[in-house]
Design a protein around this ligand. Structure first.
Ligand SMILES: *[C@@H]1O[C@H](CO)[C@@H](O)[C@H](O)[C@H]1NC(C)=O
Length: 281
């Protein structure tokens, strides 16, 4: 008991380790359990089949030093959502990317439906995860409908079967991607600049849960799983290059639901598993 007490007094928490780290470019915070816990984090990490290997990211010096899709396309980037306790990040990343790209093209249908993918995409695994490659292929061949037609209901981890009609009884109308594919490293900035946000998947370590602000890089804790998100910008903060990313954990986590991650070092694999779809009105 005595040794246990000594150990717990002197063992640094993840938050202390990060905030005392001399090279840290980000700030950690202890979130209340309603925002996130380690158990909740594990339940949300549903990106599978992440690419391995080095980044082939090449900075595009012809583009501005800072870019934020929300400023480039005012009012077109849909708000931060919350996947809650379901490993549906893969479905949110695809739905959000699709919704924003349709908005940018001028034929937006509001939020698109992650539930459509969670319940209907038979090559992926609902709340147990999905593959960025397969889920984009699904949107190319089968399409995705609107949030209004099939609203998100899997936040508690339960996955209803694929509905035959929209909740109001009308026929389901799905939008298909014209083409889908990997965003290569030398095209990352240009893809975002010319067509809008795209999906990225990366490895999540324990310390990511406590991210509050700044440019994230892994400092402490073990790898817990893969997470899919949406890249919305890039920039340089206090000399550190970053990707600006929209998460799907609500607005009380991170920088109002967004985070920045180190750019150019393939931090946590963020520059190897990037996917996009193209659409037409
Ligand atoms: C039912 O929902 C669909 C899809 O959201 C919508 O297009 C349609 O207008 C709605 N119909 C009625 C009668 O509200």
């Amino acid at each position: 008991m005595f040794f246990f007490l000594i150990a717990s007094v002197f063992a640094e928490s993840i938050v202390e380790t990060v905030n005392n780290h001399p090279g840290a470019t980000w700030v950690a915070v202890e979130y209340p359990p309603e925002v996130i816990t380690t158990a909740k984090l594990r339940a949300r990490l549903g990106a599978i089949d992440l690419n391995e290997g080095p980044s082939n990211y090449v900075p595009d010096t012809s583009l501005p030093d800072n870019f934020d899709a929300r400023e480039q396309w005012p009012g077109k980037i849909l708000p931060v959502r919350n996947q809650e306790q379901c490993g549906s990040c893969w479905a949110f990343a695809v739905a959000e990317t699709t919704g924003n790209r349709l908005n940018i093209l001028g034929c937006g249908r509001g939020d698109m439906s992650p539930q459509d993918l969670v319940s209907c995409d038979k090559v992926d695994h609902g709340c147990n995860g999905g593959s960025p490659l397969f889920s984009w292929e699904w949107v190319k061949h089968s399409g995705i409908t609107t949030e209004e037609c099939i609203p998100y209901v899997s936040g508690g981890g339960r996955v209803p079967s694929c509905p035959k009609k929209c909740t109001n009884g009308s026929a389901i109308v799905r939008t298909k991607a014209k083409s889908v594919g990997l965003v290569k490293g030398d095209k990352m900035q240009n893809e975002l600049y010319s067509r809008g946000p795209f999906e990225a998947a990366f490895s999540v370590y324990e310390d990511f849960k406590s991210y509050k602000s700044g440019v994230y890089h892994h400092i402490t804790g073990k790898m817990l799983g893969g997470h899919a998100v949406m890249v919305v910008g890039w920039g340089v903060e206090d000399g550190t290059p970053y990707w600006l990313i929209q998460n799907s954990w609500g607005t009380t986590w991170g920088e109002q639901g967004f985070f920045k991650i180190l750019r150019g070092k393939n931090e946590c694999g963020i520059e190897t598993t990037c996917f996009q779809g193209t659409f037409a009105c």
